[in-house]
Design a protein around this ligand. Structure first.
Ligand code: ADP
Length: 747
C-alpha cells in the first residue's frame, strides 16, 4: 500500500516567506509519515508533469529559510485556465497518486485551485473514458483536498490579517523611505514614493504610519474632495513652515481620485513642482525591491506556522470538504472556507471599481479604518485648535525600563494624538526618575518630528521603580504640573512603577489619576499582551546576526551556541530558533539538565558522523545558571572528539539596538492611540482606573491594574501564561530530522 501523499505548489507572484511554508509543509508531512511532493513552476509544472513533480526529502528543503522568493518556482499559466489544461493536471497528479494539494498563492491561484477541485470528478471520468487512467485508480482518488495559503506582498486577502510576504515588503519599503528621508532632509527636498499593493492600500498606509510620511494616497479611500492637489500642497507647505526639513508623499500604485481616475506618482510630482517652484521634487518608484530580499522573522514564522496548519488541515479533511484557507487572526492561526475569502477579496475590488469607497473601507475592517484615521492625524502639519470651552487635560508620557525599539514611535503617536484633541502633553525625562526629580516639560507637535523611525528612547528611560520617599516627590511634581493622566511606556519596571503609584493612591491624592502601561520590551515578558513593542525588532536583529553566523561556517563542520536575551522569558530564543532553523533551543521555562546535554551531544555526534556540516543551538541567557553558553560550548567541543568544532556567540546589546521594525512601529502607534483614548475617557471618572494594554488573541485588550499580580510570575518576571510555549512542538519537529534522515543539516 502506498503512503498518503500530498503536494505543494507556489503560484502567481512570488513572496518572501513562501520557502518557510514549503519547508514546514514537507517536513511536517514527513513527520506524519506522509510522502511530500513539490510541483515546480506552479500550475505550469502540474501540466508539464514528469520532472516538474518531485518527491521531497527532509534535506531537499534544508538551507532555504533565509532565501527570498520560492525555491520551487512559480509561474503564470494560461493553460490551467482551460478545462483541457486542468484535465492534464489531474492526470499528472493521478500518475503520482496525489490527491492532497496545498497551494500557496494569491486570490487568482486559489480561485484556480477551487475550480480544479470542483471539476475533479468530471476530470476523472473524462480520463477514464479516454482510457488514460484506470477506473480503479480514479476510484481510489475520487476526492481532491485543497488547502490554500496566501503568499502575496500586497496583504490583500480576506481571511488573514497578514499574507505571507507583506511584512517583508514593509521592511523593504521602510528601509527605503528611511533612507530617502535622510537625504531629503539634508537637501530640504520633497519625495514622492510609489509602493506596490494593487487594489490594496495596506502597504502604503502602514508605510506612511511607520515612516512618519507627510501625505498618503490609497485606493480604498481617495480624497473626498476634488481639489485634493491644492489641499495637499497647502498641507505640505504648512509642514515646512512648521519646521519640517523634508516632505514625503507615499502613493499606492492603485491610488485614484474619487471619480476613479488613477493618480500616479508622475502626476503628483508635477503638481508639487508646479506649485512649489523653489522645491526640488523627486519620484522613487520602489518596484520589485519590495518583493525581494530575505524574509523578515515574522514572514518566516507565519510561513512555518501556516505550513504546519495546512498539512494538518489537508490530511484531516473529510471527503468532499470545502477547500480551506489558512490565515492569521489576532496572532492565531485560523482556518476559513477558501472561496468565501476569495469572494470577499473580490468584493473590495468591486467596491473600489464602483467608487463605493465607504464600502471598500468597511470591507477592509475596523483596524484598517482606525489605522487610516490615526495616520490622518499623525501627518498633519499642526494639531487642530482646541474646541472653545473644552476640558484640556494635562497628560504626561514617560519611558521606563531598558530602551526598546518603538518607544519613540509610541511617544510620537501619543503626543500628536493628544495634542490634536486639544490636550496638553508633558514629556517626562528618564522614566520615574524624571517624575521624582521634576524633569517634566511640555511637548509640542514638532518636538516629536522624525521620532517614528528612531530606535532607543529620546525621552530617556531607566529601570528605577519608585519606593519610600519617592512617592512624596512624585506626588508633589504631579501636583505642580497638574498632571491629570499618565501613560507609561516600557517593560517590567514600567509596570511595577505604575502598580506602586496605584497602591499608594490612598496616601497621595495626586495618584488618583488614570494611568496606563503600554508594553515595550524586547523580552516580551509583560502581562496582558502576547507581543510587546520591541520584540519584533529584536527578533529580526537576532535573525540577521544568526544568518551571517551560519554563512561564516560554510566550509567547516561547526556547531554554534548562540546566546540571546529575554531575561527569564524564552520568547526570543524560541522564535529566533524557528526563524533561523535552529536544531535546539534552550529556554528558561524548561531549564537544562545534564541528561538534556547528553542527549543533545549524542544527536550532534550522530548528525556530524552522517555528513551534517552545521549545528545551531540557541540558548536564552538564563536557561540555566550553571550550564552557561561557554560551559555548553566547551562540553560539546570536548566530547565531540574532533568531529566538529564549537563556537559560542553572545549577541548582547545588538538585539536592543537599531531602528524599530515596521511591525513595532505600526503596533506602537496603534497601542498609543488606544491608550490616549483610554486616558481621556477615564479622566471623566471620579475614581479613574489604572490599567495595562496589550495585543491578545481577541484583539487589543485593556486590563485593570489590579489584575496584574495574579497574571505574573513575580519570581521570574514573566506572565504566568505564555501563548508561544504551545509552538514548541512545531519547532522540535522542524529541527529534528525524521529517524531515517540522520544526515540532515541544522536548518
Ligand atoms: P495570484 O495567484 O497572485 O492572484 P494570478 O491571478 O496571476 O496570481 O494567478 C496565478 C495563476 O493561477 C494563473 O496564471 C492561472 O494559472 C491560475 N488561475 C488564476 N485564476 C484562475 C481561474 N479563474 N481559473 C483557473 N486558473 C486560474
Amino acid at each position: 500500500m502506498t503512503n498518503k501523499r500530498l503536494a505543494v505548489l507556489t503560484s502567481g507572484g512570488d513572496a518572501p516567506g513562501m520557502n518557510a511554508a514549503i519547508r514546514a509543509i514537507v517536513r511536517i508531512a514527513l513527520d506524519r509519515g506522509v510522502d511530500a511532493y513539490a510541483i515546480y513552476e506552479g500550475y505550469q509544472g502540474l501540466i508539464n508533469g514528469d520532472g516538474y513533480i518531485r518527491k521531497m526529502t527532509w534535506d531537499s528543503v534544508g538551507g532555504i529559510l533565509h532565501r527570498g522568493g520560492t525555491v520551487i518556482g512559480t509561474a503564470r499559466c494560461d493553460a490551467f485556465r482551460t478545462h483541457d489544461g486542468r484535465r492534464i493536471a489531474a492526470l499528472n497528479l493521478l500518475k503520482h497518486e496525489i490527491n492532497n494539494l496545498i497551494i500557496i498563492g494569491g486570490d487568482g491561484s486559489l480561485t484556480g485551485a477551487n475550480l480544479f477541485r470542483q471539476e475533479w470528478t468530471t476530470l476523472l471520468s473524462e480520463l477514464v473514458s479516454r482510457g488514460e487512467v484506470s477506473q480503479e485508480l480514479a476510484d481510489k482518488h475520487n476526492h481532491l483536498n485543497i488547502v490554500g495559503l496566501v503568499g502575496s506582498i500586497d496583504n490583500d486577502m480576506f481571511g488573514t490579517d497578514m499574507t505571507i510576504g507583506a511584512d517583508t515588503a514593509l521592511h523593504r519599503i521602510t528601509e527605503a523611505v528611511d533612507a530617502i528621508s535622510s537625504t531629503a532632509a539634508s537637501h530640504q527636498r520633497t519625495f514622492v514614493v510609489e509602493v506596490m499593493g494593487r487594489n490594496c492600500g495596506y502597504l502604503a498606509l502602514m508605510a506612511a504610519i511607520a515612516t512618519g510620511a507627510d501625505w498618503a494616497l490609497i485606493p480604498e479611500n481617495p480624497p473626498n474632495y476634488d481639489d485634493w492637489e491644492a489641499r495637499m500642497v497647502t498641507e505640505l507647505k504648512a509642514g515646512r513652515a512648521a519646521g519640517r526639513r523634508d516632505s514625503i508623499v507615499i502613493i499606492a500604485e492603485g491610488a485614484r481620485d474619487r471619480h476613479g481616475n488613477p493618480i500616479d506618482s508622475a502626476h503628483v510630482c508635477k503638481v508639487l513642482q508646479d506649485s512649489m517652484p523653489h522645491e526640488e521634487v523627486r519620484v522613487t518608484v520602489l518596484g520589485h525591491v519590495q518583493r525581494g530580499g530575505t524574509p523578515s522573522a515574522f514572514d518566516r514564522n507565519i510561513g512555518t506556522l501556516m505550513g504546519h496548519a495546512a498539512v494538518d488541515a489537508v490530511l484531516s479533511a473529510p471527503p468532499d470538504a470545502e477547500p480551506q484557507l489558512i490565515g492569521l487572526r489576532n496572532n492565531r492561526i485560523v482556518q476559513s472556507p477558501l472561496m468565501k475569502c476569495v469572494e470577499q477579496t473580490h468584493a473590495v475590488a468591486a467596491a473600489i471599481a464602483a467608487k463605493d469607497y465607504e464600502r471598500a473601507m468597511d470591507l477592509r475592517g475596523s483596524s484598517f479604518k482606525t489605522a487610516y484615521r490615526t495616520m490622518q492625524t499623525l501627518l498633519r502639519s499642526l494639531p487642530h485648535e482646541p474646541t472653545p470651552g473644552q476640558k484640556r487635560l494635562r497628560i504626561a508620557v514617560l519611558n521606563s525600563g531598558a530602551p526598546a525599539p518603538g518607544m519613540n514611535t509610541a511617544i510620537r503617536a501619543a503626543v500628536r494624538i493628544g495634542l490634536d484633541q486639544g490636550h496638553i502633553m508633558l514629556g517626562v525625562t528618564n522614566g520615574f526618575m524624571g517624575l521624582i526629580e521634576d524633569n517634566i516639560r511640555e511637548m509640542d507637535w514638532m518636538s516629536v518630528n522624525g521620532w517614528a523611525l528612531m530606535g532607543g528612547s529620546e525621552l530617556g528611560a531607566n529601570r528605577e521603580v519608585p519606593s519610600g520617599r519617592d512617592f512624596y516627590s512624585i506626588a508633589r511634581n504631579l501636583e505642580k504640573h497638574d498632571v491629570q493622566a499618565l501613560l507609561v511606556i516600557g517593560g517590567w519596571s514600567a509596570y511595577q512603577g505604575a502598580y506602586q503609584l496605584f497602591r499608594e493612591r490612598d496616601n497621595f491624592p495626586a495618584f488618583n489619576i488614570p494611568v496606563i502601561c503600554l508594553p515595550a520590551s524586547i523580552n516580551n515578558n509583560l502581562p496582558g499582551s502576547e507581543l510587546s513593542i520591541g520584540a519584533d525588532t529584536a527578533l529580526n536583529n537576532i535573525m540577521w546576526a544568526v544568518d551571517r553566523i551560519k554563512q561564516s561556517a560554510i566550509a567547516q563542520r561547526r556547531c554554534f551556541v548562540v546566546e540571546v536575551m529575554g531575561r527569564y522569558c524564552g520568547y526570543l530564543a524560541l522564535m529566533s530558533g524557528l526563524a533561523t532553523g535552529a536544531e535546539r533551543v534552550y529556554l528558561p521555562e524548561e531549564g537544562v539538565t545534564l541528561r538534556d546535554l547528553q542527549s543533545d551531544l549524542d544527536q550532534l555526534v550522530n548528525g556530524f558522523k552522517h555528513g551534517k556540516r552545521l549545528g545551531l543551538l540557541i540558548r536564552n541567557e538564563n536557561a540555566n545558571d550553571v550550564y552557561s553558553s561557554s560551559f555548553m560550548a566547551a562540553l560539546f567541543e570536548e566530547e565531540g572528539g574532533g568531529l566538529f568544532d564549537v563556537r559560542q556567540t553572545i549577541l548582547g546589546h545588538i538585539q536592543q539596538g537599531g531602528d524599530p521594525s515596521p511591525f513595532d512601529r505600526t503596533q506602537a502607534t496603534r497601542l498609543a492611540a488606544r491608550c490616549i483614548e483610554f486616558l481621556i475617557e477615564e479622566s471623566k471618572s471620579d475614581s479613574p482606573t489604572s490599567a495595562f494594554i496589550g495585543i491578545e488573541s481577541g484583539g487589543i485588550q485593556i486590563h485593570n491594574i489590579e489584575d496584574m499580580n495574579r497574571m505574573i510570575d513575580t519570581k521570574y518576571q514573566r506572565p504566568k501564561r505564555q501563548w508561544w510555549l504551545d509552538l514548541r512542538p512545531i519547532a522540535k519537529i522542524l529541527a529534528q530530522p525524521a529517524p531515517n534522515h540522520k544526515a540532515a543539516a541544522a536548518d
